[in-house]
Design a protein around this ligand. Structure first.
Ligand code: 4AD
Ligand code: MG
Length: 467
């Protein structure tokens, strides 16, 4: 059997194999062992697929002592013959010739004995939950989406730009930041006025973990034309919702010479490509998640790839919400930001498809967004998805130096602190646009999982950073 390393095939490969009667070597973790006095059936999984491979072992040959150690959770090596399976449910099985135990798992203490643990319980054992079918499926889909993101941009002439994780600017205004310091927090050095003296800190100034790679991404786009970032971002908001993490991954393309309409077209094409990629390449895992959690999952994914997104002005969106006769928890008023309940009403009930909402009031969006001629709105766009609400936030950027400085003053941002950003508007400024896709929001949509803590291996939320 041909494999890339020329060595041992994965269980996924063995299950697809058409060879019979050949000797194979498999290594993995025991999911279950059952059987009778004569024969033991061992279900093995190595994380390459949601399906297990069945190993058939003769009790007389291996002895009950050894087979007892082949317990749920144990890591084993099996050499045997790949044969047509007599039982239903699997194409092939392995008739064991030898079994070696790498590491046992005590049935008294190994927490993943049975199937069907609650997702809440599994969050408490996030160090072991990758061994469940659910998290295996989610993590494989997560990998496939990351790969597809790089492929999408690479195929279209975008360059992957690595923007810094530690930043000295806090101008995004996207929320509270996590400070990075090597000062002694118990007794930091102080200035004569009694303030913390950051000139003595590691970077000689106050620094934080980034909330977005965009500002540096713009610097790259104003040279390479089309770039994207894909990295971790950090927000210290105390929002304990199923859609917020304190550490999440964001994809931020930034394109010179793109106007808002081009930005929208790219965002829609990008999302459809990723969802289609999942449908084409993650079918087995999606089918498993659909069966376990969300029967409409596949249909919802197909629907999004096959239908145009609605493009709608914020102002019209407000009118629709006001005319809806719906009692919302949060007020609907021109000038106020939309809450998730409003976004989902537009998407799920009014239009019944994804919506790109554009031209928001300037007061509720970031300083760098291009001012419209009406002087009241900016060229912002949010892509709103069923079950998620906002999945993408983006805009055309203000390319005019004077207008940008004016917007900074409106937001109490000192232009001197951002001289490097303003330089792109002093030298060879050009229209440009970009957006940010929340990677875990995308995964929520693609996997159908309901809580963002269940689509990232080790979630960081308020009071949770154990694993
Ligand atoms: O709308 P946001 O704040 O936009 C930006 O950061 C811009 N700099 C993007 C750009 O134009 N380059 O965040 C972008 C996306 C949101 O639409 C959402 O999907 C996700 O990031 N996001 C979060 N995901 C998980 N947890 C959080 N706390 C998130 N905050 C934003
Ligand atoms: Mg946003």
């Amino acid at each position: 059997m041909k494999t890339y390393e020329g060595l041992r095939p994965s269980i996924a490969q063995l299950l697809r194999s058409t060879e019979r009667g050949v000797e194979v070597e498999i290594k993995g973790w025991v999911r279950t062992r059952r059987g009778n006095k004569n024969v033991a059936f061992i279900a093995l999984n190595d994380g390459s697929t949601v399906s297990n491979i069945q190993v058939v072992a003769d009790v007389g040959q291996f002895g009950e002592e050894l087979l007892k150690q082949v317990a749920t959770g144990a890591a084993v090596r099996v050499v045997g013959t790949l044969v047509e399976s007599l039982g239903s449910g699997q194409p092939v099985e392995v008739q064991a010739k030898s079994i070696e135990i790498y590491g046992g798992a005590d049935p008294e203490t190994y927490p993943l004995q049975k199937k069907g643990h609650s997702l809440e319980f599994l969050r408490e054992i996030a160090h072991l939950r990758p061994r469940t079918n659910t998290f295996g499926a989610v993590l494989r889909i997560r990998h496939a989406m990351a790969y597809a993101i790089h492929k999408y941009f690479n195929d279209r002439g975008f360059y992957y730009l690595h923007t810094p994780i530690i930043t000295g600017s806090d101008a995004e205004g996207a929320g509270a930041m996590f400070q990075v310091t090597t000062l002694d927090v118990a007794s930091p050095p102080r200035t004569d006025e009694g303030k913390v003296d950051y000139s003595q800190d590691f970077f000689g100034k106050m620094t934080n973990l980034t909330v977005s790679g965009q500002l540096e991404g713009e610097l790259g786009a104003m040279a390479l034309s089309k770039i994207y970032t894909f990295g971790p971002t950090f927000r210290a908001e105390n929002s304990n919702t199923p859609r917020h993490l304190a550490e999440f991954w964001m994809i931020e393309p930034e394109m010179a010479f793109y106007e808002l309409a081009d930005d929208m077209t790219l965002a829609e094409d990008f999302l459809k490509y990723l969802i289609r990629y999942a449908l084409d390449n993650c079918a087995e895992d999606l089918a498993f998640l659909a069966k376990m959690y969300d029967e409409e999952l596949i249909e919802r994914l197909r629907f999004v790839t096959e239908n145009d997104f609605v493009r709608l002005d914020y102002t019209e969106g407000i009118e629709i919400l006001k005319a809806s006769g719906r009692k919302f928890e949060f007020r609907v008023e021109w000038g106020l930001d939309l809450q998730s309940e409003h976004e989902r009403y537009l998407v799920e009930e009014h239009f019944k498809r994804p919506v790109i909402l554009v031209n928001y009031p300037k007061e509720i969006k970031a300083f760098y967004m291009k001012l419209n001629d009406d002087g009241r709105t900016v060229r912002a766009m949010d892509v709103l998805f069923p079950k998620i609400g906002e999945i993408i936030g983006g805009s055309e950027r203000e390319a005019d130096y004077d207008k940008l400085v004016g917007r900074m003053r409106d937001f109490d941002i000192a232009p001197e602190d951002m001289w490097w950003y303003l330089d792109t508007r002093r030298f060879g400024s050009a229209p440009h646009s970009g957006f940010g896709l929340g990677f875990e929001r995308l995964l929520l949509f693609v996997t159908g999982m309901a809580n963002i803590r269940d689509v990232i291996p080790f979630p960081r939320t308020p009071h949770h950073a154990e694993f």
